[in-house]
Design a protein around this ligand. Sequence first.
Ligand code: ADP
Ligand code: MG
Length: 372
Amino acid sequence: MSLSTSPVLGNLALSRKEDWKAFAEAPRRSRPELLTRTQLKALSEEARSDYDRQRRQWHANLGPIKTPQLAELHEDLWDIVDSNVQDGDKAKGAVAVDAFPGLGKTTSVLAFAREFHQREIAEQGAFTAAGHERLPVCRVGLTGNTGMKDLNRSLLEFFGHPGRNRGTTTQFGQRALDCVLSCEVRLLALDDLHFLKWRQSSGIEVSNHLKWIANEFPVTLLMIGVGLADKGLFSEGTTSGGSVLAQTGRRTTRLGMRPFTIKNEAGRREWRQMLLALEKRMVLADKDPGMLADDLSDYLFARSTGHIGSLMTLINRGCQRAVRTGAERLDRDLLDGVKNDEAAEAARRELEAALEKRRLTSRPRSSRRKAA
Ligand SMILES: Nc1ncnc2c1ncn2[C@@H]1O[C@H](COP(=O)(O)OP(=O)(O)O)[C@@H](O)[C@H]1O
Ligand SMILES: [Mg+2]
């Protein structure tokens, strides 16, 4: 089992190249074996606690699952990244993944960046012709109220550049560019870009800065965040610096991520596929086929309102509880005791009322015959 490498991943913040490489190159976690109740009982105390520890880690990291949302985003990203291999003097298209929190932006982008990293290293080798470490992806996550200088510094942090502590914004920017060039970075992902200080006065400054990166860095710039469109990243002429903003907008392709919906048959089928995929991954002795997809479909939809983040939180916590208490399966009673995030809880009550009156269902027609 590759578990020996997995636990370390828990400590990674992915803000340095070493962490990023460890993440991108780690083998996939392997699923602990599914044991029956009888087999569970037969385990020694030591073996049992080891097994449960493995299951805790597994259930806490059940993903990424290849949802339609993730697959669509990946297709679009491959199109854009692969069409950006023109020669260095042509400015490359940028991408903005813009959607509400908890819809899987970070997860999907990381999964893509990981595949991209692996493909590039496999094709071109771990070192550049000049003998530098090849880093196809540079990825930084922003935190509260980041200014332009902090952004540049975080790029230097990623590369472990010795000049990351002293200098001006411009110097930091130049050093970051040097790193990007020598490591032959092809994809620059800036996650949680909404944290960039974006006040009216500095909106143009931000926009200019991103444009500078898009123009000078020979990379596909991948911006990820919430409400980026509202901040004027794509719009034209919303401020006095309209022309500047317009230029950022024109070369930026905006990609969204949608929640699951149950308004039509296609949506209900996607939801069911998601639940079936989750069922298959769970390592609980008393699980049975249909435990989620048949018995808990409406319930899980109401509690998550189709948001993958809320769904995964609920499933993760539910599985932890099922292992800890010995329930070894998920049902309404157990999940009722599990807390979810506040936004999901608020939306839940309204939706549950509709589902109970049968005005709504989360289940596709083909699976309803089996309903209780
Ligand atoms: N494709 C997926 N498979 C499994 N879990 C996912 C998937 N996408 C998102 N999640 C879960 O949902 C949560 C929120 O996702 P995240 O990528 O952080 O969303 P965002 O960046 O849009 O806020 C994460 O904790 C992650 O575990
Ligand atoms: Mg995120």
